[in-house]
Design a protein around this ligand. Structure first.
Ligand SMILES: Cc1cc2nc3c(=O)[nH]c(=O)nc-3n(C[C@H](O)[C@H](O)[C@H](O)COP(=O)(O)OP(=O)(O)OC[C@H]3O[C@@H](n4cnc5c(N)ncnc54)[C@H](O)[C@@H]3O)c2cc1C
Length: 436
């Protein structure tokens, strides 16, 4: 038994905490021979599109290579944010008008998400609790102050700066140098959201087919033939919503999406008075590092869920749990000695321009690249894709048809990740040490 084995609770499992209550389902239903629309991928994006399309009267089937919801949509942190960080360099690349549309739609994804939950009457423990972003250096705090003005003026968000002297009002830690609270942010139980979305989609008449890996999408006179590991389907239209799990089913997407593994742990139940000290306002928590930590309380406010990039190698969940445990105790030394009950990992999807994308390539619809923040965004992109399929004249989403670049040396395996990741980590450390 190694020293790090002491961090594991006797009930420890390698599995998302959320699956205890809402695990992915198998849905080994027979495949239809012909449909209006095949959707590849059963996460939020595929299901949100499927729901809208099925309600409009179209015959829709959603396929997944594994269980339904097995991808990021039941593995994530459930942190809902509005206002994607749109890199300023994109302003000159896209032009001011398109840049503004992208910013508008990044905020719209959050508004849409809140309205969608209300309209569908989804009870998923949603709380608009706000997000505290801790500054990892004094320089990072000054950069946050400048960013805050943009978030307020250009994106209409509600922002409060929290200086280091008042940090304990937000987090029981001396790890940061102040931080920023953005009100437009909240937390959900992500697997419960996925379950309710799945049930709404089925109630609208859509069908689900697990263990049906799409191997090829070939154009035909009337649409497409979709070849899967369980047989073929004739479809008038196809929508690929595979995000961080994009593979050879659509090589165009595979060459443009960079999958990155994110690791997560959950603690055992903690005393309420300790929870109150750690996170007094029960906020979603994140920080300004390039290789950031994100963490929160479970919806019952009893445990901590802590995530981050524990490694740039393909390590297993027990190994990554050891690193995350150290990171967590670096922020909250009071947690030293507590036990972990769950550890898991999943793929987030980045793109070369750091923006989400939707569009059509060779007649096939696609959406993805949520940059690790897809609870609201994947839902939004799925919804927007469905609106476009139902009525091609519908108003255009800011993310639709953006220039979508790849790299000549990239074919879907991010070989450069350890180099870039370790460089970013070194920059974070340098800034922490020097205060830049
Ligand atoms: C650990 C982790 C933490 C995260 N935390 C947050 C967070 O706190 N807040 C937030 O906003 N976002 C977060 N995200 C991101 C968010 O979960 C995703 O952006 C979102 O779930 C993407 O939804 P999706 O439907 O596009 O993709 P997914 O849910 O990943 O679904 C894609 C599906 O496609 C399937 N698939 C792939 N290839 C094929 C094929 N050939 N045939 C059939 N099916 C196929 C996969 O099996 C998978 O089920 C996190 C992600 C991870 C992994």
């Amino acid at each position: 038994m190694s020293a790090s084995d002491n961090i594991f609770h006797p009930d420890f499992v390698v599995q998302p905490y959320w699956w205890d209550a809402n695990p992915p389902t198998e849905e080994r239903n027979p495949l239809p021979s012909k449909v209006d629309i095949v959707i590849v991928g059963s996460g939020y994006c595929g299901l949100a599109a499927g729901l809208e399309l099925a309600r409009s009267g179209l015959k829709v089937c959603v396929l997944d290579s594994g269980r339904i919801g097995e991808g990021a949509s039941t593995r994530n942190g459930g942190m809902v944010s509005g206002g994607l960080k749109v890199p300023e360099a994109m302003r000159s690349k896209l032009g001011a008008q398109r840049f503004n549309l992208v910013q508008r739609d990044s905020v719209a994804s959050f508004t849409h998400f809140e309205e969608f939950l209300k309209r569908e009457n989804f009870d998923i423990s949603y709380q608009r609790c706000g997000r505290f972003t801790g500054a990892h250096s004094r320089g990072a705090y000054r950069r946050q102050e400048r960013q805050a003005a943009d978030l307020v003026n250009k994106m209409g968000l509600t922002v409060t700066m929290v200086p280091e002297s008042r940090q304990h009002e937000e987090i029981g830690s001396d790890f940061y140098h102040g931080g920023m609270v953005v009100n437009e942010s909240g937390g959900i139980d992500p697997a419960r959201y996925h379950r309710l979305l799945r049930e709404a989609y089925q109630a609208a008449g859509g069908t689900l087919h697990g263990f049906a890996k799409v191997e090829n999408i070939a154009p035909t006179a009337g649409g497409f033939t979709v070849t899967t590991s369980r047989g073929t389907i004739a479809a008038t239209q196809v929508f690929v919503a595979t995000n961080g799990y994009s593979g050879s089913a659509m090589p165009y997407l595979q060459r443009r999406i960079i999958p990155i593994t994110s690791f997560v742990i959950t603690t055992e139940e903690l005393p309420p008075e300790l929870i109150l000290k750690l996170n007094p306002n029960k906020r979603m928590l994140v920080d300004t590092k390039r290789i950031l930590y994100w963490y929160r309380l479970t919806p019952d406010n009893r445990r901590i869920i802590f995530g981050g990039r524990a490694s740039f190698r393909d390590v297993n969940e027990r190994e990554s749990a050891g690193s995350l445990y150290q990171f967590m105790c670096g922020i909250w030394p009071q947690l030293q000695g507590i036990k972990l009950t769950h550890a898991w990992k999943g793929n987030v999807a980045f793109t070369f321009d750091h923006l989400p994308h939707m569009g059509v390539h060779e007649g096939v619809h696609y959406a993805g690249g949520c940059q690790g923040a897809g609870v609201a965004m994947a839902t939004y992109l799925g919804h927007q894709t469905a609106l476009k399929i139902i009525d091609p004249q519908s108003p255009r989403c800011g993310f639709d048809g953006l220039p979508f670049s790849s790299n000549p040396l990239y074919y879907g395996k991010p070989w450069f990740l350890p180099i870039v990741g370790n460089y970013y980590k070194a920059l974070d450390r340098l800034e922490q040490r020097t205060g830049w």
